[in-house]
Design a protein. Structure first.
Length: 342
């Protein structure tokens, strides 16, 4: 079964063709990051307009690259939530029109479910159940993935997402947007014990996370140093900051996997590209006898293939959207789409 999949929830326009949920025939991505970099973050209206301009061209390119015609498409999948609302609306409306024109089913896909499914593309043997940490620019979630479409959130950030914290830290250090990759590069060779940063512990749910205290601590350190005319060791600051994020994430994910009795641990989302976090997960999983799955770098960030992968399993579970499909800026990933429309 060939699914044409669309992703437009933030600043990547992405169109993919995925076969049977596991085989990527093409994965076309147009990143708008350069357009937003000058503003230090994503400008929603620019993102929406850019999606409008590029989505048709990318779709033509995807069909060509996959070497298929429109008649070969069996279903259309699209990110319907969460994200920048104007941006999500572009993908939803385009996908709706394509599904209507081709007379094929329309499958709504939750963006974070897509990030989790990126791992099915990289690891053919991976099947639920498993414990997943999803860490992206807008979300940080610990999810018990009981089945392909049956998920329970067991912890989440109370404030900023991990990726947001990387982006704000990069900004205060004068690094370009998005800041995760430049911080990763800067931290290489830095001393991770030079600066000490807070790691949150939330009494009522040990699996919930908080990154706003860490963000504020970094901003205060940089501003204080500027005011006193002191030079900071930027590489060590980036390394110490990354250690604090990793120490917030890795032990929580390991403890959650153990508590839920899962022997497989999956990491997903843009922040899963971080070299320190990947290394810490590898060491911790080995030490705790857990099988670790982390996507290759190209599947960590937003892409259309992950939406096609999850779309296949949503299709098998009977999830369908009608022509009244809407876009949502926020939506829990454990809410089944059909319960929204009842
Ligand atoms: O998953 P993603 O592409 O988009 C969302 O769905 O949000 O994640 C983007 C986030 C950004 O905050 C970016 O700075 C972060 O992922 N990121 C990284 C790295 N590469 C991207 N964070 C830390 N280290 C990296 N190497």
């Amino acid at each position: 079964m060939k699914i044409l999949a669309f992703e437009s929830s933030c600043d990547e326009t992405a169109v993919a063709v995925v076969e049977d949920g596991r085989k990527v025939l093409t994965d076309q991505i147009f990143s708008q990051a350069d357009l937003h970099a000058v503003y230090g973050g994503v400008v929603p209206e620019i993102a929406s307009r850019c999606h409008v301009e590029s989505i048709s061209l990318l779709t033509d390119r995807a069909l060509q690259a996959a070497n298929i015609s429109r008649e070969d498409i069996d279903a259309v999948a699209v990110t319907y939530a969460p994200g920048l609302i104007g941006a999500v609306l572009v993908g939803v409306n385009f996908a709706k029109s394509v599904a209507l024109a081709l007379g094929v089913p329309l499958i709504p896909v939750h963006h974070i479910r897509g990030h989790i499914a990126a791992n099915y593309l990289a690891y053919p043997e991976l099947e639920p159940p498993f414990l997943c940490l999803a860490i992206s620019g807008g979300n940080s979630l610990l999810v018990d993935v009981k089945g392909y479409t049956d998920m329970e959130i067991i912890g989440q950030t109370r404030d900023d997402a991990a990726g947001e914290c990387f982006d704000k830290t990069a900004r205060v250090l004068g690094l370009p947007y998005p800041g995760g990759k430049p911080i990763d590069a800067l931290s290489q060779g830095g001393d991770d014990s030079k600066y000490s940063f807070p790691i949150s512990h939330l009494d009522d749910n040990p699996y919930d996370m908080s990154f706003s205290g860490l963000k504020t601590a970094v901003i205060n350190l940089v501003h204080n140093a500027e005011q006193k005319g002191e030079e900071l060791d930027r590489a060590s600051l980036a390394a110490s900051f990354t250690k604090a994020v990793s120490d917030s994430l890795v032990p929580r994910a390991i403890a959650a996997a153990k508590e839920k009795g899962r022997d497989k641990l999956v990491v997903a989302g843009g922040v899963a590209a971080n070299s320190r976090i990947r290394a810490d997960f590898k060491a911790a999983a080995e030490a705790n006898g857990l099988q670790l799955f982390v996507p290759p770098l190209r599947l960590c960030g937003d892409n259309g293939a992950m939406i096609g992968a999850q779309g296949y399993y949503e299709y098998l579970a009977g999830t369908r959207a009608g022509s009244d499909l809407n876009a949502y800026a926020t939506m829990d990933l454990n809410v089944a789409y059909d319960t929204l429309t009842r």
